[in-house]
Write a protein that binds this ligand. Structure first.
Ligand code: KG4
Ligand code: ZN
Length: 346
């Protein structure tokens, strides 16, 4: 049994966690910076990096104390090394390097997306490879075939906005503040999902890619028209978004070899409508549906520690060199070609 310390600092959550290879989250702490970024309506990279600097070291000390262990008890130090806001990633990765050096424990540089992609296996011991993964967060929107640790085939990506980004922009248009996803979900509960006619971009297209920019513009026009209740706009947006997701997943599932499980991860996986719709889709395809508990869906350090455990347990495990660099971009499937029509974000 191995104990891994995980560090996450790629966006606006500072987090540290201790996780064992037999799937116990021994201790974890997470500090959101929502209040610091709220006045700007989005994450300000410089503010985020400074907040990570202030919070991370005491947080790691607190997590070790919570668990009643010391650095010497850790079998590896895992930290997000990208993709993300580079200042924040550097804070976490440099801290991990220092701890690895001081304790002689191996350093594991984790791809943040791999943290999300493997997080369902932390929550569900029965989830084996391969599985089809919908990875939906604030910065990413992909369908992946997860064949094993470090083996990801991208089946689809977004040609413009990520799904979480669409939720955040809808929240901004409706004046719901930041971060927007949970606020849109709450307001949508009081609205009629059929009240506002909204487009379903790319639905019906033969390739399984996503697009949400047109949906966001339509939400803006609906709001500016003054003809609709905010709750109806929120509910209709959420409905259009899940319609896009199901259609795109159907195309992706038809194009790949069958897999026993459909899995969702990333911040948007915390959305109960998204989860319910995916559960139905999985049933229709005779697949098992797996979604981590909401707290494991949004950014956290347990998923980074777990990805570290998964790597550490591999027969061919090799620690990362202390010189390894933080990466603002780091695709899970380097072989994947850019989606046709993709903008700079994809
Ligand atoms: O994975 P995550 O915490 O950070 C990134 O790696 O991006 O995802 C954050 C995203 C945000 O866009 C947020 O609005 C969205 O996930 N989100 C939600 C919900 N909770 C978080 N979107 C819809 N419904 C939710 N309940
Ligand atoms: Zn994330």
């Amino acid at each position: 049994m191995a104990l891994v310390l995980g560090i996450e600092s790629s966006c606006d959550e500072t987090a540290a966690a201790l996780v064992t290879s037999d799937r116990r989250i021994v201790a974890q702490r997470i500090a959101s910076q929502d209040d610091a970024h709220a006045p700007y309506g989005g994450v300000v990279p410089e503010i985020a990096a400074r907040a990570h600097v202030e919070r991370l070291a005491p947080m790691i000390g607190a997590v070790l104390a919570d668990a009643g262990v010391t650095l010497a008890d850790c079998d590896a130090i895992a930290a997000t090394a990208g993709p993300g806001l580079i200042g924040g990633v550097m804070v976490g990765l440099v801290s991990a390097k220092a701890l690895a050096m001081a304790s002689n424990a191996p350093l594991i540089a984790v791809n943040h997306l791999e943290g999300h992609a493997l997080s369902p296996r932390l929550a569900d011991p029965a989830l084996g490879f391969p599985y089809i993964l919908l990875l939906v967060s604030g910065g990413h929107c992909q369908i992946l075939r997860v064949e094993g640790v470090g083996r990801y085939r991208r089946l689809a990506t977004t040609i413009d906005d990520a799904l979480g980004e669409a939720f955040d922009k809808t929240a901004k248009i409706l004046g719901l503040g930041f971060p927007g996803g949970p606020a849109v979900e709450r307001l949508a509960m009081e609205g009629d999902p059929a009240a506002v006619p909204l487009p379903r971009p790319l639905v019906g297209s033969g390739e399984p890619h996503f697009s949400f920019a047109g949906l966001k513009s339509a939400v803006l026009r609906a709001k500016e028209s003054g003809r609709f209740r905010d709750a109806d706009i929120a509910a209709s947006f959420q409905q259009a978004a899940v319609d896009c997701v199901t259609d795109r997943l159907r195309i992706a599932l038809a194009a790949t070899e069958p897999a026993p499980a459909l899995v969702v991860a990333g911040g948007v996986a915390a959305n109960s409508t998204v989860r319910a719709v995916l559960e139905g889709l999985a049933r229709a395809h005779e697949m098992r549906f797996v979604a981590p508990p909401p707290a494991l869906c949004t950014d956290n350090a347990a998923m980074i520690a777990w990805a570290g455990c998964e790597r550490l347990m591999m027969a061919q495990f090799r620690p990362d060199p202390l010189e390894i660099a933080a990466r603002p971009r780091w695709p899970l499937d380097p072989q994947a070609e850019p989606a046709r029509g993709a903008g700079v974000k994809a």
